[in-house]
Design a protein around this ligand. Structure first.
Ligand code: PMP
Length: 350
């Protein structure tokens, strides 16, 4: 008998590197622009003396701002410490049965980690060779379904009827649509929450609202699902959201103009980068996200390019995993950053 027998041991998720020196950072899909000036102002004007108090456990101001912005009820809105926390709470709450939860083999690599840590059985369904998700793979018996749409790290979005198709075939399972990248492309399933009581749509302020460091995520669903989520959340930690995150999240969601400006800029830079990569012989699906998942032309190896870029202070993401180990995931930075990246790439592959 060893102490390990009583210990929950897991293989953790590996986050992208956060180098503390200055680099061109295209490895974790952050926003290259600062948060809205209204966020900075709201934080400056916040009553910092209130830090001696616990924050509002119901997160009412943030929940109201989100509900107003998206035209849903407060009772249909849940918030968390980034969408990682929201997704983790969804796994813990919605996937408590014995049947396997289904998600694609190539997708956000946290899903299998949450399944493992919470002892949830799961099965992965292979993407097609061109990285599409087949709805019919999700018609069978299951204990829940998780679809990132647009998907990561592929950047591919499935069309409007896709989530609806999966919902129609799975009235007895909760279907999570992880829409971390939806502001950059694809069609949201949000309007379906009033029609399907088994849909949870998860979003984040980390990408399109430039708040990755503040950790604000949220989720919309039928009010019964939101109640179950809150019951679990209050059973783990009542005060997940700290006061600055509540203040910053509210200001970020209210600044609609700034949001559409930075999203527009990222999309424009993405199209420029895609053109340059194509000219260099890289192949990739059209991206609907703030990154491009691209395969270098033969004879160049993704892992070798990754190392060379890194040596020049340009960080992209490389996954040493079956099916995707010949690809690089390149987050979209500022125009200047992407120009430097392309210049360096030309030295490597030409
Ligand atoms: N879902 C997907 C598909 C992601 O790529 C990420 C970013 N790593 C997240 C969720 C989590 O983002 P955050 O916790 O910053 O909201």
């Amino acid at each position: 008998m060893s102490i390990e027998e009583n210990i929950r041991r897991v293989t953790p998720y590996t986050p992208g590197e956060q180098p503390q020196k200055k680099v061109i950072k295209l490895n974790t899909n952050e926003c290259p622009y600062p948060p809205s000036p209204r966020v900075i102002k709201a934080l400056g004007e916040a009553d910092w003396e209130r830090l001696r108090l616990y924050p509002d456990p119901a997160c009412e101001q943030l929940v109201s701002a989100l509900a107003d912005h998206y035209g849903v009820k407060r009772s249909q809105t849940f918030v968390g410490v980034g969408s990682d926390d929201v997704l983790s709470m969804c796994f813990l709450t919605f996937f408590a049965g014995d049947k396997p939860v289904l998600f694609p083999d190539i997708t956000y690599s946290f899903y299998d980690v949450w399944a493992d840590v919470y002892r949830i059985p799961y099965e992965t369904k292979p993407l097609t060779d061109d990285f599409r998700i087949e709805a019919r793979d999700y018609y069978g018996v299951n204990g829940g379904i998780v679809i990132a749409n647009p998907n990561a790290p592929t950047g591919v979005a499935e069309g409007s009827g896709f989530i609806k198709d999966i919902l129609e075939h799975n009235p007895e399972s909760v279907v999570i649509a992880d829409e971390a990248y939806i502001d950059f492309g694809g069609e949201s399933a949000l309007s379906l929450i009033n029609e399907y009581d088994n849909l949870a749509v998860v979003r984040t302020m980390s990408k399109s609202r430039a708040l990755a460091g503040m950790r604000v995520g949220y989720c919309f669903a039928n009010e019964r699902l939101i109640k179950y989520l809150n019951d679990v959340r209050y059973s783990v930690n009542s005060y997940t959201m700290n006061m600055p995150a509540l203040v910053a999240g509210k200001a970020a969601i209210e600044d609609v103009g700034y949001f559409s400006d930075i999203v527009g800029r990222v999309k424009k830079t993405r199209e420029w980068t895609a053109g340059e990569l194509k000219a260099l012989g890289f192949t990739f699906n059209e991206s609907q996200t703030n990154f491009i998942f691209a395969k270098p032309p033969a004879p160049y190896e993704a892992s070798d390019i990754f190392d060379k870029l890194r040596q020049s202070g340009i960080y992209v993401r490389y996954f040493r995993k079956p099916r995707i180990d010949s690809y690089l995931r390149i987050s979209i930075g500022t125009d200047a950053e992407m120009q430097t990246f392309i210049n360096r790439l030309k030295e490597i592959v030409l």
